[in-house]
Write a protein that binds this ligand. Sequence first.
Ligand code: IDC
Length: 531
Amino acid sequence: MRGLLRRLSALCLCGFLVLAALPARAVSFPDVKPGSWYEKDVLEMADAGLLTGLPDGTFAPEKTISWAEFVTIAARCAGLSPIQGQTSHWAAGTLEAARLAGWYDWDELPPTGEGFDKPISRQLAVKVLMRALLPHVGYDFNVESAKIKDFSALNGRYYEAVLSAYAAGVAQGDGEGSFRPLDSLSRAESCALIQRARAKAGSQTPASPYGTPGPDEYLPASPGETPPAPAEAIQGGVSENGWLQVVGTQLCNEAGEPVVLRGMSSHGLQWYGQYANAQSIQNTAAYGANVFRLAMYTGEGGCLSQPEPMKSKVIAGVEAAVENDMYVIIDWHILSDGNPMDHVSKAEAFFADMAARYADCPNVLYEICNEPNGNVSWDRDVKPYAERLVAAIRETSPQSVILIGSPTWSQDIHLAADDPVEGENLMYTLHFYAGTHGKDLRDRMDKALSAGLPLFVSEWGASRADGSGGVFLEESKVWLDFLAERGISWCNWSLCDKSETSAALKPGTSPDRAWTEEDLTESGKFVFSQF
Ligand code: IDC
């Protein structure tokens, strides 16, 4: 009886009732005007049994589409069947199936139902649609992001979905070229979006469930032309290598021999600072790491809002690295605050303090701006910032290695190569995520190296660029081989137990004891085996 009631109420509530079981017929709606821009898409989808109008027989093209409506249509398009839902909402079963298929995450729409009838944002609609119908579309980050006028408004979590949707021709900007990621979509706009995805999916092999890439989608790219590799790069700790120096493009030890640093980056010290303690850092050394990166976020509750506690964390982290004979990177982790110039005076004061404190300490490297992004340029912002910071550090630390970022999350090394900062022992950071970045970025690295730019991969992940997805171990291996051939040093994101695939530790792992393989995630096992 309850089941019947539920089904009946589902019938009444479902504005977008799916009629897949009924024979195709020509549908019409009084408010879908002949000749309107959406007429064709709406009627085709109705004819295909993917949607109907509202109970009053209208379609309501201008009405905002809800999560439940959008995901229901996407599920029908992808052939995803409902499962047992967690509430009695008419779409609960479909939403549960979609969530478990990885079309969206728990925090984006909790299964408890309070958001089911709320508008779905454009970025989430695109994510759901791409994962439902076109999970393997690749894209060139620079090409696609350049198409989006308001790209800086887009959260990094949605790059993959939105950029691949642009690459596939599924997402298009509004009249002004903006994507407006947080705005809602009308029902008519949704039809246009879904129809473009269906057309594109129709011309491809059938979609497989998100998260299990087809065999040829992520084929490892072969490394490009290799510039001469360093004769024989050595590892080892600080007692063996002493002060580092940059010779040509190569990081070298005090004796001038090529050296490679490999190790972990912390996650945000304000969140996962417990894994930057002496025991955890020692645990990475036990697996062969000779460097540790201290990611001191500036924004997001980091040192701009709590300078003293964050500075103490950094100092404790440096001490732990020194005890373990490791090199250590002090990272000014700009992220949501994309332009380093925004807080240049604070950065100068911080690094001046650190450089004075560690003037005699060969362990320390300074990374002055994690990832410039958004409305930021090399000439106008990052280079002048780097010049000021290099000057501040050099007052007391004439020879330490300084790592410099570049626009587009430290990927625009070509801009730095064209116009590098003057000085000794300067290197440029390149960040990559194996599930997102591939051969294009490696080719760019080779070009920059050929132009004489010293590179340091101070952050990379085996996940996608949003820190989750995958893990992409084959792609990671291609990347690490590429770096090894070129004697390039790296730190992996990240040493923490957060439930995201880039994390090296399983949830709940104690920072206060030695670790075994059992404590490591898939990414952690792979990365620790590569030190
Ligand atoms: C991510 C973390 C994630 C956190 C997010 C926002 O993995 O848990 O919620 O930052 O603070 C970067 C950044 C790095 C990102 C990482 C993955 O330097 O801070 O960490 N990433 O998205 N650049 C590219 C990817």
